[in-house]
Design a protein around this ligand. Structure first.
Ligand SMILES: Cc1cc2nc3c(=O)[nH]c(=O)nc-3n(C[C@H](O)[C@H](O)[C@H](O)COP(=O)(O)OP(=O)(O)OC[C@H]3O[C@@H](n4cnc5c(N)ncnc54)[C@H](O)[C@@H]3O)c2cc1C
Length: 594
């Protein structure tokens, strides 16, 4: 880091972002970013400016989005390369960057671009090879000279109240056996009502969560429905959303007959019973773990996109008044002369930066984790371990990961580096380490970026005064603020993320990681106190102390503080650690620049 004191004159440009977010060597990703930016600042900005957000209807203009996404490579970025995909390797990261670019202008349009990945998610994560091939090929954008319909998908988990919402375990959609002739593939009857399903105005296929409604089907599962299946495929009425009008959302009704080969991940038949290879919960967990991070990155882009409109407005606020001459602070800085206005804007910016750093770090982590997870799952299958047996099987790797992090907490010159190498080379140690981190960083990104981010976005709107709540406000700040409330809600509202964190924060591997981070930050603070590393380290230590405290104490009525129903105790801990993770990621990105 430079010794001379310099101030930032403008938001970091692409060259700096590529270093901070670690894609300076990925020309393909840089090109994909450019493609997304041109769609965002071209078609999408035009749709918003033309008032297309003022109608719930899915208009011709809005429908143009799909073509633009196909032509710019945005659709293809979500596909495997063998099925027309364009990103080899870090797909979570690349999709995060594209979502960041699009939501710089509009969150609803971003959702329209992402929904196919969510619809395909169950198939990508757990589908059979035949399912992956069929549906990814169907979604593949048109190549020059090709004439076929490009399929769009929807993801159907949520049901009309009082059914599945925050609690995804209880599904009322049902699957039963409609016909099953000797030696033939069973035909299933699927009954599912959906609520708030994105892309339902156009979807050709739907991945739907259903519970077994038949003793001949062992468990819940996800099934793939198509708009040409026999029965009712009623797209339902549009949701009258106050936000995200550049995506389409409807409440559909399905009553369809589908072959059993549509069960996501396949099935086996045991004693005359269809046994799905994956339950709906297993699939949803794998899908949301990745897609929630992208939503967090949408929030980051909005916060950062607010900085320039606010500066422009506030700097020019007094210009033109009698006696305010060019060259005077009131002329040059306008409202930005005032400490409060300056500091609040700095907070909008810093929140956006930290949200981006946390989100991109999490996408990179998932890209590294995906192969480690596949390898570990293969090992589990080969060794025949599952369920409770898995906990026992992973006990040693878990202990080794804690040991590894203990070693990493020590200065490099003082620790047993040979042991570090040995532990790092063990795939199961890496698996439990990365898994512990993913299980914290994903919900923290979704929770902090969208929830706290929405609060800070309100501050950005305030900084524009009355202008902020008019249609003329540059940067569509009001729409971005209200859109963020939806992003804090869909794919699991804040309560879902807090519940997850209040469990996964107790993983010994994560706690060892926090100690290692704290030790590293203290060393940095000694060498470069101006980085603020000492404050983050002290905050991590306080959080660790508090977690220990609540784990062992009871309240005045004798109830343990750490009981999982004690949201009033656990949720503030979840919020606090999310803050700290964001601050740490931001500092890590700045160190990358140094
Ligand atoms: C525009 C839009 C698009 C959407 N797209 C899709 C889609 O494509 N596919 C899909 O499947 N779903 C979709 N959804 C649904 C979305 O994921 C759900 O709305 C969300 O998960 C919350 O569920 P719910 O609305 O039923 O809230 P509820 O379950 O009714 O919860 C409401 C609130 O009650 C509180 N609460 C609930 N349970 C608890 C608890 N156990 N502990 C503490 N507090 C609790 C929380 O504050 C929570 O936010 C979409 C929603 C919208 C609005």
């Amino acid at each position: 880091m430079s010794e001379t004191h310099q101030t930032m004159k403008m938001l970091p440009g692409d060259e700096i972002r590529q270093i901070m977010w670690r894609y300076a060597d990925r020309y393909d990703i840089q090109m994909a970013v450019m493609g997304a930016r041109s769609v965002a600042r071209g078609l999408i900005a035009r749709l918003v400016a033309d008032g297309e957000r003022n109608t719930h209807a899915w208009t011709e203009g809005k429908n143009e989005l799909y073509k633009a996404f196909d032509e710019s490579g945005i659709t293809a970025a979500g596909l495997d390369t063998e099925f027309g995909g364009i990103i080899e390797g870090p797909r979570n990261f690349a999709l995060g960057l594209l979502a960041f670019e699009l939501s710089w202008v509009d969150g609803g349009a971003t959702t329209t671009s992402l929904i196919n990945n969510l619809a395909l998610g169950p198939i990508v994560e757990k589908g059979t090879p035949a399912q992956r091939e069929k549906y990814m090929n169907a979604c593949r954008p048109l190549q020059p000279g090709e004439d076929r319909k490009v399929w769009r998908g929807a993801f159907a988990l949520t049901e009309p109240l009082p059914y599945v919402g925050v609690d995804t375990g209880v599904v009322s959609g049902r699957v039963s056996v409609a016909r099953w002739e000797e030696g033939e593939e069973p035909l299933l009857q699927v009954e599912k009502r959906g609520r708030f399903l994105t892309n339902m105005a156009v979807a050709n296929f739907v991945t739907a969560a259903v519970e077994s409604g038949d003793p001949r089907i062992k468990s819940s599962c996800m099934v793939i429905l198509e708009d040409t299946d026999e029965g009712v495929f009623d797209r339902g009425a549009p949701t009258l959303k106050l936000v995200h009008q550049l995506s389409n959302t409807q409440d559909p009704i399905f009553s369809l007959k589908v072959p059993a080969s549509r069960i996501v991940g396949g099935y086996t038949v045991k004693d005359g019973v269809i046994v799905p290879n994956c339950t709906h919960s297993e699939i949803i967990e794998a899908v949301f773990a990745r897609t929630r991070v992208t939503v967090g990155l949408m929030a980051a882009a909005k916060l950062l996109s607010a900085v320039e409109p606010v500066i422009r407005y506030q700097r020019g606020r007094f210009r033109g008044a009698a006696g305010i001459e060019p060259g005077t602070p009131r002329y040059d800085l306008g409202l930005q002369m005032k400490e409060d206005a300056l500091q609040r804007l700095a907070e909008v910016w810093a929140t956006g930066e930290a949200a981006a750093s946390l989100g991109f770090e999490t996408t990179r982590l998932f890209d590294a984790f995906t192969p480690a997870e596949r390898q570990a799952q293969q090992t589990f299958a080969e060794q025949g371990v599952s369920g409770r047996g898995l906990l026992k099987f992973l006990r040693q790797p878990q202990a080794d990961a804690v040991e590894l992090l203990g070693l990493l907490a020590q200065p490099e010159e003082a620790r047993d580096n040979a042991r570090v190498e040995t532990l790092l080379a063990d795939p199961l140690v890496r698996y439990v380490w990365q898994s512990a981190l993913c299980n914290m960083l994903c919900p923290a990104t979704k929770l902090w970026n969208t929830g706290y981010g929405a609060n800070v976005m309100r501050e950005a709107v305030s900084l524009m005064g009355g202008y902020g709540i008019t249609e003329d406000c540059p940067g569509f700040l009001f729409q971005k603020w209200t859109d963020m409330q939806l992003e804090a809600t869909y794919e699991g509202p804040e309560v879902v993320q807090r519940r997850q964190i209040s469990v996964t924060m107790n993983n010994e591997v994560f706690l060892a990681q926090v100690k290692a981070w704290s030790a590293d930050l203290k060393r940095l603070a000694q060498a470069q106190p101006q980085t603020g590393a000492g404050a983050i380290a002290a905050a991590f230590d306080m959080w660790l102390w508090m977690r220990d405290h609540i784990s062992s104490r009871k309240d005045a009525e004798g109830r343990p503080l750490a009981q999982n129903t004690r949201h009033g105790v656990l949720f503030p801990m979840a919020d606090a650690i999310s803050w700290l993770l964001a601050a740490r990621s931001f500092l890590a990105d700045i160190r990358e620049l140094a």
